[in-house]
Design a protein around this ligand. Structure first.
Ligand code: OOG
Ligand code: NI
Length: 459
């Protein structure tokens, strides 16, 4: 019996190496990490309740290595192989995001671990988009783009061979895994030499910057790597002091005592030198981003969130910009007063997902799920938030837009196409709601079992 390396370990190592590579490529990212670490450290020192919460859920140890990245792929085959490669690292496609309604011609999924233990070992996620070339209306350009993409191979031979080996054997040895990590890293690397002419780049760019970003390059360079902070407002303020200018609006919900979902902000893309086949030029693709994560919402909670967000935007009477940023944040805070800001209420009203922990005590009663609100209120069951591990399409679109520059808003009249995406992927995506509901249910069952066990032994 051979001993394969744990896939969680491969993912953790890969995430670390990726972070090192990106720090070399984009030094500002290194400064950001320092700032986020400082803020997290001071938040943990000051907020003992939050620290205890993160300790209980197992997130405390993962925090300093927590980050997500994003890549954009060009073809179905690339997505298919990317899925196979991520599987070697224990990362599976979760959720479907259609960015077309937001004027970005891609659809996407997030590759990540799906079990609580695995997430706590390494929560590395990669938001992975697939370009929808069929939305390019200029047929000649579409054909040219297709041919350009058909010619490229974004994976090294060894990466693909080791992936096949993993599939065949059901695992990789430590040595093979180390080699695999180095080879796969190549796919995410920035290439200064672009395999197209400056004219083709410009033509693609004129259709949509994102199309140029995908088609004109040798591979899907990692376009950002995002650390997780415990206080995004503090980081946002601290960025200015370190010479980093973030966008004015923090995407997502407003600041709350009990954070929900995801709040994100980013700073501007870098201008990078590119050497086309015929001349030199430049391209802006890569940027920095930070995020604060909160509790995962149930469908009921998510509906309320979506409603309130729309309401706030309607009240603003237009899109949030640099100019009306302060006004928007104020409206947002006012509007979200309708969203309970207390974990117990969020749990009892079925608005968010929680882990349930028994605080055993002696009693003669057998406890069931219907007793949970009472058990929480009397302190016999402790709840802690299940952190949101995914993304927000509206937020993602805001991030895309802000970093593409300008107000590019293309109105693609097209329907969402999850089936097509899953065909390209070669599998269905996991339903994130099901994953959260399962995690909560398992913890409720374990909690009740513990309570009832202690009763039996004490009667
Ligand atoms: C991905 C944007 C989505 C996020 O954090 O919502 C994303 C991209 O720009 O490729 O990373
Ligand atoms: Ni991101």
């Amino acid at each position: 019996m051979t001993n394969w390396i744990n896939v969680d370990e491969i993912r953790a190592k890969f995430s670390k190496l990726m972070s090192e590579m990106y720090q070399n490529e984009v030094p500002l990212y290194g400064d950001l990490i320092e700032l986020v670490d400082d803020v997290n450290q001071s938040v943990l020192e000051q907020q003992t309740v939050l620290k205890a919460q993160l300790q209980q859920t197992g997130e405390l140890t993962r925090l300093s290595q927590e980050r997500h990245g994003a890549i954009r792929l060009g073809t179905a085959e690339e997505l298919h192989n990317m899925r196979r490669i991520f599987a070697v690292m224990g990362m599976y496609p979760v959720g479907y995001y259609d960015l077309v309604p937001a004027g970005v011609p891609v659809h996407a999924t997030a590759f990540r671990a799906i079990q609580t233990d695995a997430l706590n070992h390494s929560p590395f996620r990669v938001f992975t988009s697939l370009l929808r070339l069929e939305l390019v209306d200029h047929s000649e350009l579409r054909q040219l783009a297709k041919e350009t993409l058909a010619k490229r191979q974004i994976f090294t031979e060894k990466a693909l061979a080791l992936t096949a080996k993993h599939e065949l054997q059901g695992g990789l040895s430590v040595d093979d895994a180390d080699l695999f990590i180095i080879e796969v890293l190549e796919t995410f690397r920035w290439h200064t030499h672009a395999p197209v002419t400056a004219d083709l780049y410009q033509a693609l760019h004129d259709q949509h910057r994102l199309i140029a970003d995908v088609v004109a390059f040798k591979g899907p360079h990692i376009n950002h790597l995002t650390p997780r902070t415990l206080d995004i407002d503090q980081v946002q303020n601290g960025m200015m002091g370190r010479g980093i200018t973030p966008k004015a609006i923090i995407e997502g919900p407003p600041r709350r005592r009990c954070p929900i979902l995801l709040r994100q902000t980013s700073f501007k893309a870098l201008q990078e030198q590119v050497i086309f086949t015929d001349q030199q030029g430049s391209h802006t693709a890569r940027f920095g981003e930070i995020e604060q994560r909160g509790v995962a919402l149930t469908p009921k909670g998510r509906q309320l969130y979506d409603e309130l967000l729309v309401k706030a935007q309607q009240q603003l009477g237009g899109i949030a910009t640099e100019e009306n940023a302060a006004q928007y944040m104020q409206i947002l805070e006012e509007t979200f007063k309708a969203f309970p800001d207390c974990y117990t209420t969020l749990a009892v009203e079925d608005l968010a997902y929680f882990y349930y922990y028994a605080q055993p005590f002696s009693t003669h009663q057998v406890w069931t799920e219907t007793d949970l609100p009472e058990l929480i209120h009397t302190g016999r069951v402790r709840i802690e938030p299940i952190v949101y591990e995914d993304f927000l399409p509206v937020s993602a679109a805001g991030i895309f837009q802000s970093n593409l520059g300008g107000n590019e808003q293309t109105d693609y009249s097209s329907t969402s196409n999850q089936d097509v995406f899953e065909q390209c992927l070669g599998t269905k995506v996991f339903d994130e709601i099901q994953l959260y509901a399962q995690a909560q249910q398992q913890s409720i069952e374990a909690c009740l079992a513990t309570l009832n066990q202690s009763i039996v032994s004490k009667v």
